[in-house]
Design a protein around this ligand. Structure first.
Ligand code: NAP
Length: 316
């Protein structure tokens, strides 16, 4: 590895997956370069308290958790740069990452760009997102709504699952869906619609999140799409579950994606892509678990694979 202008490993993304990959590759003396995008720290930074990350019996602030990982990665020689990748050329070795007028050369690449929750875009949603009542993760934030009324927006498996999970805490869960039947699988739909704490609000779309002036959600204004009638659900928490958009940006193609647009690892691997030496980790390739700890696990796996690839092909 004599040419200093060629990076051993470039990691794209600074969520749990990217930072864990940085810790592992840094500790393996690979001197990783991490490229960070518009949301340093990833989705965890948009939630307040993380109570389910192992090792923190009293919970940990999401922002603090990623800061800790960042510090740990830095300790092992990780370098960070704020730069967006516009294009890639994975046809030749080293791999090329084109960032504006600069080209970064890399022997191996770990893509951990995450996924962005799809949002409704109604007034108040953005202002009250993250710790103020609007969230996209019941597993992360559900426990903050004990004995309160909440609303889930959506009609797919995620919405049904979120609504069912929230029944453990909330006094009542409104499941607001724009049609009169759920898209969710029959078993999930049956469970949700028959649950005593869940009230389905059919044919309804959100119009506004109320409470911006108080800086905390005080209700969800909805409209019945058949009658045009508007009403307000008296909820303190709103869980938006209308799908995710994986951030596959300039990488697909050439990297393969599945029908949902998520990176598709090779059969038998969680992290290996169709391009040798290029790996994916975290929510950009996982639409099933989407947890900080599973993203971290995939980041670890990608780092170990990259390390092996470099040892085998570049004598590292
Ligand atoms: P999804 O299946 O795409 O469902 C999105 C839901 O949101 C649909 O009901 C859709 O309504 C609604 N929606 C979309 N845009 C909307 C908007 N702008 N306003 C209001 N409603 C809107 O997404 P998902 O539920 O996140 O599931 C994604 C994938 O993961 C699916 O393949 C799912 O089966 C899978 N998944 C599986 C499990 C499980 O097996 N336990 C759990 C979670 C997710 P319409 O129905 O009218 O289109």
């Amino acid at each position: 590895m004599s040419n200093p202008s060629v990076e051993n490993v470039v990691i794209i993304g600074t969520g749990c997956a990217g930072l864990t990959a940085a810790i592992y590759t840094g500790r393996a003396s690979l001197n990783p370069l991490v490229l960070e995008g518009p949301l340093p720290g990833g989705q965890l930074t948009t939630t307040s308290e993380v109570e389910n990350f192992p090792g923190f019996p009293h919970g940990v602030d999401g922002f603090q958790l990623t800061q800790n990982m960042r510090e740990q990665a830095t300790r092992f020689g990780t370098r960070f740069e704020q730069v967006m990748v516009d294009k890639v050329d994975f046809t030749a070795m080293p791999r090329k990452l084109i960032c504006g007028d600069r080209t970064i050369l890399a022997r191996s690449v770990i893509i951990a760009t995450g996924a962005s929750p799809r949002m409704t875009g109604v007034p108040g949603e953005k202002e009250l997102y993250g710790g103020k009542g609007v969230t996209t993760c019941a597993t992360c934030d559900g426990a903050f709504y004990r004995k309160m009324e909440v609303a889930v927006i959506g009609g797919g498996d995620s919405a049904a699952e979120e609504a069912l999970f929230l029944t453990r805490f909330a006094s009542k869960v409104y499941l607001v869906h724009r049609r009169d039947s759920l898209r969710a699988s029959k078993i999930m739909a049956d469970r949700a619609t028959s649950h005593e704490k869940i009230q389905c609000v059919w044919d309804s779309v959100p119009v506004a999140v109320e409470g911006v002036e108080q800086n905390a959600v005080s209700g969800l204004r909805i409209k019945n799409v058949k009658t045009g009638a508007e009403s307000v659900l008296p909820v303190k928490g709103i869980f938006v579950a209308i799908g995710h958009v994986p951030n596959t940006g300039p990488f697909a193609p050439p990297l393969e994606v599945d029908e949902g647009g998520y990176f598709k690892p090779q059969p038998g691997s969680q992290v290996q892509t169709n391009v040798p030496g290029v790996y994916v980790a975290g929510d950009c390739s996982d639409h099933v678990y989407r947890q900080a700890i599973t993203a971290a696990g995939m980041g670890c796996a990608a780092a170990i694979e990259a390390e092996r690839w470099l040892a085998e092909h570049h004598g590292g």
